[in-house]
Design a binder for this molecule. Structure first.
Ligand SMILES: NC(=O)c1ccc[n+]([C@@H]2O[C@H](COP(=O)([O-])OP(=O)(O)OC[C@H]3O[C@@H](n4cnc5c(N)ncnc54)[C@H](OP(=O)(O)O)[C@@H]3O)[C@@H](O)[C@H]2O)c1
Length: 283
């Protein structure tokens, strides 16, 4: 294997893929740890190896010589923490020094958003393992706002709560900076956009940019579960979806941070600019 000292997990996904490309553009060698080699991005300065968090031997092999890891949180399943714990154990066993982890805003053991509890537990694994770590507590992705609207309606129990969505592209810039700057102190960093929006605001933005009418319908909790009952997803995932909106309603995502600007030197893209660019691509 090459002399890469940075490994990127989740490189077949949206965020890991962006981080891998950005490192490559700077001609920084990296090792992409993927579960399926055939879907690994083909990059000039990167090599791909097959491993999965839960497979100790493949992880130890993939991590040989690696000092810093971009650790992408795994699929939201009931045993996700088992995978995360195994990954952290492999990092320690193979001598990794620093980990940049994709956590979530408001990560806490008693967070309303159930997935944010898992992120907190994963941060705890990193902390107690004695690793130098940077947990990026990302807000909701700006990229997903258009998918909130189904048949002209955003239906969810977010009430009047507000959140500051952040683009994956900005998070990837933050992550690359965190991977390369070893002076960044171990700890958790909120990564958000610069504008707080309510779901009414999101509906109004989508309406004006898409030239259609999008309405926000505030659901009750039971109604929210009922309207998602037909989706092909586990109860566990559905609980995650519904509680993410409840966390907004309860003000747990009412956070604006300056981390994008501080880490990257540029402002986060605004929701209007992001959605307009998306709309222009479609036209
Ligand atoms: N902030 C938000 O709004 C938000 C929204 C959705 C998700 N997330 C979280 O942020 C993470 C990164 O986002 P994304 O947009 O890059 O997601 P994504 O496009 O779904 O990519 C997830 C990546 O993680 C890999 N992965 C999943 N489970 C794994 C496991 N157990 N072992 C090894 N690799 C595993 C996937 O590999 P395969 O290609 O082999 O499946 C994929 O490469 C997600 O995984 C999720 O935890 C955040």
């Amino acid at each position: 294997m090459s002399k890469a000292t940075i490994a990127v997990t989740g490189a077949t996904g949206q965020l890991g893929g962006r981080v891998a490309k950005k490192l490559d553009a700077q001609q920084i060698p990296s090792r992409l740890i993927v579960r399926d080699l055939s879907r690994a991005p083909d990059l000039q300065h990167a090599e791909a190896v097959a491993a999965s968090y839960i497979e100790r031997d493949s992880m130890l092999e993939a991590l040989k010589g690696i000092e810093t890891v971009f650790f992408v949180s795994g699929f939201e399943s009931e045993d996700r923490l088992v995978h995360h714990k195994a990954a952290v154990e492999a990092f320690v066993e193979s001598g990794v020094k620093r980990v940049v982890y994709t956590s979530f805003l408001g990560a806490a053991s008693d967070a309303t958003f159930t997935f944010a509890r898992q992120h907190f537990a994963t941060e705890e694994y990193l902390r107690t393992a004695g690793l130098d770590y940077v947990a990026l507590r990302n807000s909701l992705y700006l990229d997903v706002l258009p998918y909130f609207a189904v048949e002209g309606e955003i239906r969810c129990p977010a009430g009047h709560g507000r959140f500051a969505p952040v683009a994956r592209e900005d998070i990837a810039d933050v992550a690359v900076h965190a991977l390369l700057d070893k002076e960044i102190k171990s700890g958790s960093y909120n990564v958000t956009g610069a504008e707080l929006l309510s779901m009414q605001d999101v509906a109004a933005l989508l309406s004006s940019i898409q030239g259609t009418t999008v309405k926000f319908v505030n659901e009750g909790v039971e109604e929210a579960y009922a309207s998602r009952a037909h989706y092909d997803a586990s109860d566990y995932e559905k609980e995650g979806w519904v509680t993410s909106y409840l966390a907004i309603a309860r003000g747990e995502m009412n956070v604006v941070s300056d981390v994008v600007k501080k880490f990257t030197g540029h402002d986060p893209i605004t929701p209007a600019a992001f959605l307009q660019a998306l709309q222009n691509q479609k036209a």
